[in-house]
Design a protein around this ligand. Structure first.
Ligand code: AMP
Ligand code: MG
Length: 493
């Protein structure tokens, strides 16, 4: 039940809360309240997340809930806070960072942390205004739900609430808040923070907390002579490897893989200048601020490994032996390629592995890169070919017809004894029809800026089930318009 603000001055979301991360104590966080934004309104909501949280069906019908999720009203049973972390940004130690604009409401009894991103300044804002603009909030909201729809581990987003309050970036923009949800928002940078400050007690308390809550199997491991911290590092690196394989297979470019943007649970986190590839370009740089291409699409798996080294360095005092720490990272080198190959095999409709799969995968990626062929459309059309045998829609995508025909020959040979209906089904469940392309987000954002939020809802609906056909939504599945390549997205938002 939601109570009215006028009645009580608080909002009751109908959820039960538990201490969670807050129980770690003041060395890890600062208690504070969000800074209200005036006259909030709904921009977008995910009913799927509302259900996961256990919110009542009418959760969004109350003004008090709207105000609470925009930071203007306390929520019964919660004591909000911001956490401290540090990190490496663009390969350089950046020192203390922390939740500069995300305020943690708390953790539900169901084990989900709820954060308000853009809810005002904190002791970690470092000169920032603690706010997020409407445009980046819509992007984070839609992409969180899109990634989940694709089956890729991610933080989630319950809603975006907007306000006409003005904030200043390159130009004046309106402010918004994203309500983010995840089992944990702990980052590699949380560990780096306490390690860099030689605070071993806090480092250990944090590691123990994360292991007990999220990696309990590390307590009883035989790996590394029963060293729980090494087993933890290995588990994180394996989850990260699996995540990166999914990013690379779907064509997702994160854009800011700083260690403070790496989830300890292997979730996609902190959506900034991300992009789903349009034409396939392995060297694509989606972040306008990334002039050296450190976070280019094809660099992501190596960067993740580099970031894991930073985590290993931070955990070293607990692991106690440098060789063991390095050994705990080793499996990244096998898990990533295995997972990636598995994902690519599924995209090709191959249920089982065979010797020559690698050249088949490398061959198609090379062809796609040479022609800058639209990545999502190619895979979806290839799925269609498997279903109906018509190769022309796929072939039409390539200028190098000879090259394509040669690859197609080996692809068909590989599928000689395949049950094509089964393979087509596997491909349709693996190759999405819809991804959050920049221009789609941009169109929804521009309408929202004019107070028409219907585009956000429509786009959300297709992105939540991106493997379905959604007849009538083909406009969301087409080639990007020419202006799409002129969209510039940077860190500042
Ligand atoms: P990001 O690259 O967006 O993950 O942010 C890096 C750091 O800057 C984090 O500590 C953020 O909390 C902080 N930050 C980013 N934008 C703002 C802002 N507008 N106000 C305060 N802190 C911010
Ligand atoms: Mg961040």
């Amino acid at each position: 039940m939601s109570l009215l603000a006028e009645d009580t001055g608080v909002a009751d979301l109908g959820l039960r809360w538990k201490p969670g991360f807050h129980a770690l104590g003041p060395a890890f966080l600062t208690d504070l309240r969000p800074t209200p934004l005036p006259d909030p309104y709904w921009v977008g909501r995910s009913e799927a997340v509302a259900r996961d949280l256990g919110l009542p069906p009418d959760w969004h019908s109350s003004q008090a809930t709207l105000a609470a999720l925009t930071g203007s009203l306390p929520i019964v049973g919660t004591s909000p806070f911001a956490t401290v972390y540090s990190g490496h940004q663009f390969g350089v130690w950046a020192g203390q960072l922390g939740d500069g604009r995300a305020i943690m409401i708390g953790e539900t009894e169901g084990g989900l942390e709820v954060q308000l991103k853009g809810a005002g300044r904190t002791p970690y804002s470092r000169g920032g205004d603690g706010r997020a603009v409407l445009r980046s909030s819509i992007r984070e909201f839609l992409c969180s739900e899109a990634m989940h729809g694709l089956g890729i581990p991610t933080t989630r987003a319950l809603c975006v609430t907007g306000s006409d309050a003005q904030i200043y970036r390159e130009e004046v923009e309106s402010a918004a808040v994203v309500t983010r949800v995840a089992p944990s928002f702990v980052r590699f940078g949380h560990f780096e923070h306490f390690a860099a400050n030689q605070r071993e007690d806090e480092l250990r308390a944090l590691a123990d907390y994360v292991i007990d809550r999220y990696y309990p199997e590390c307590r009883t491991t035989d790996r590394f002579g029963g060293n729980a911290y090494a087993a933890f590092l290995e588990a994180v690196s394996e989850r990260t490897a699996a995540l990166l394989a999914q990013w690379q297979a779907v064509g997702f470019c994160h854009g800011v893989m700083n260690t403070d943007n790496m989830s300890i649970l292997g979730l996609t986190i902190d959506y900034g200048p991300f992009q789903f590839l349009d034409g396939f370009d392995p060297r694509h740089i989606c972040n306008h601020s990334d002039t050296n291409g450190r976070y280019a699409f094809n660099q992501q798996p190596n960067v993740a490994y580099w970031n894991l080294f930073c985590l290993a360095q931070a955990l070293l005092p607990l692991i106690g032996d440098q060789e063991v720490a390095v050994a705990a990272l080793e499996s990244y080198k096998t898990v990533f390629p295995n997972e990636f190959e598995g994902r690519m095999r599924a995209k090709l409709g191959l249920a089982e592995a065979a010797e020559d799969d690698r050249p088949l995968i490398e061959g198609v990626l090379k062809l796609l890169a040479a022609g800058k062929v639209d990545y999502t459309i190619f895979w979806r059309r290839l799925s269609g070919f498997m279903a109906d045998g018509n190769v022309e829609p796929v072939r039409d995508l390539f200028l190098d017809r000879e090259g394509f025909d040669a690859w197609m020959l080996s692809f068909s040979e590989r599928h000689a004894s395949t049950d094509r209906a089964l393979a087509a089904e596997l491909m349709r469940r693996t190759n999405p029809k819809f991804v959050l392309r920049n221009h789609l987000g941009q169109q929804a954002i521009e309408a929202s800026q004019q107070k028409d939020h219907s585009g956000v809802a429509t786009l959300l609906a297709v992105l939540q089930t991106p493997f379905e056909e959604h007849p009538g939504a083909d406009a969301y599945a087409g080639f990007p318009p020419d202006w799409a390549s002129t969209i510039e997205i940077s860190c500042s938002s």
